[in-house]
Write a protein that binds this ligand. Structure first.
Ligand SMILES: [Zn+2]
Length: 382
């Protein structure tokens, strides 16, 4: 999931998905028009809105604290966290890889809700103990209740919710089979998604309450997230035993770094199969200068094709992760994710270029593997 980057904390980028703004507006609106005026009818409109906005922003901070709970535990286990994105279901910490044992997975999953429990207990305790002012107590009480709800929702045992991750860890420990555990827990996740949608439907049709739309939306998001996780796990499973050599393309020709994009497009990358080509080095010591893909042409401005050169748009050698033909495909994919790039070079033990892997090679391989293989050549008439 991609979002708008808003800052960096503990070395982790924090981003917000557009859907999160919907949540913010919805919560601020619901608080300012329902919860606070009902509980404190004597507040002025300005006070109500100020308190509602403050409460919503603090809720945002506590969801972030929840995600940092997951992320910091992940990092302590040696799993780098790329970023934290806040979206409609709360937050998601994007890990560069999955935990390698059920115990680690469970500990990582529970760390977030533990932070939320602490925030809920702290806020409710403070609301109880503080003598005032009334507005502060109201915000603290709301934060306490909201975080408690957050804990309950996140602990539902459907993947990819935290409770679903705990369920997966349990099933993983029992069956010793991570992909089966993922399949089962994502199925439960989908079931919860459908249950939310059904509940929302009943609320609208029977109760005439439009708040049901919210439940339908949450259910739908949950189903999508469970589906995406199941697909990703299946892809990783199909890539098991596949090495970089299988996915590698051997260069058919080379591009000069000084070639204009016009020339590269017309002369070399015109062929649809030639998706990427290596670029010759600019100094005698290097073996290659970089890698250019047809995708780079699409990203470049069309009107500058006659002036911009290959070296301006290619991925330069220092930015290209290098793997050997024996590297496992899943590890190559992980490396691409970690280095935030879409291509890697394949080199032999001496560092000599053998070929390259473009990110599209993975989907091409998976699609080809899905198609049934033809068993015998078409028969010919005798
Ligand atoms: Zn969580």
């Amino acid at each position: 999931m991609t979002g708008i980057r808003i800052g960096r904390l503990f070395g982790i980028d924090v981003a917000v998905h557009p859907s999160w703004f919907l949540v913010l507006v919805f919560f601020a609106f619901a608080l300012a028009n329902g919860f606070f005026p009902n509980t404190y009818p004597h507040w002025s409109v300005a006070t109500t809105w100020t308190v509602a906005t403050a409460a919503t922003l603090l809720l945002f901070v506590s969801v972030l604290a929840h995600e940092f709970g997951h992320s910091l535990v992940a990092r302590s286990q040696g799993i780098p966290v790329r970023n934290i994105t806040l979206f409609i279901l709360g937050g998601v910490a994007q890990l560069t890889r999955e935990p390698d044992s059920p115990g680690r997975e469970a500990w990582m999953a529970i760390a977030g809700p533990l932070v939320s429990v602490a925030v809920a207990a702290g806020s409710l305790g403070a609301a109880w103990l503080l003598p005032g002012p009334e507005q502060l107590v109201a915000v603290l009480a709301y934060l306490g209740v909201a975080n408690a709800i957050l804990v309950v929702f996140n602990l539902l045992p459907g993947f990819p919710l935290d409770g679903g991750r705990v369920l997966r860890a349990l099933l993983w420990r029992i069956t010793h089979d991570r992909s089966r555990a993922t399949a089962w827990s994502t199925t439960v996740g989908r079931a919860f998604g459908w249950a939310f949608m059904a509940l929302g439907g009943v609320q609208i049709l029977v109760g005439g309450n439009l708040g049901g739309i919210w439940l339908i939306f949450i259910g739908w998001m949950l189903i999508q997230a469970a589906k995406a996780t199941a697909q990703q796990t299946m892809a990783e499973e199909r890539l098991a035993g596949v090495s970089a050599a299988t996915l590698m393309t051997t260069p058919e020709s080379w591009l000069s770094p000084y070639m204009t994009l016009d020339w590269a497009a017309r002369d070399r990358l015109r062929d649809w199969d030639t998706r990427c080509l290596p670029v010759s080095p600019e100094d005698a010591e290097s073996e290659y200068g970089g890698l250019m893909c047809a995708r780079d042409l699409q990203r470049a401005a069309r009107e500058r094709y006659d002036r911009d050169r290959v070296r301006d748009v290619m991925t330069p050698a220092p930015k290209l992760p290098a793997v050997t033909p024996e590297t496992e495909a899943a590890d190559v994919l992980r490396l691409l994710r970690e280095r935030e790039t879409d291509r890697a070079v394949v080199v032999d033990r001496g560092g000599h270029l053998l070929g390259f892997i473009d990110v599209d090679a993975f989907s091409r391989y998976l699609n080809a593997a899905r198609r049934p293989r033809r068993l015998s050549p078409p028969s010919t008439a005798a």
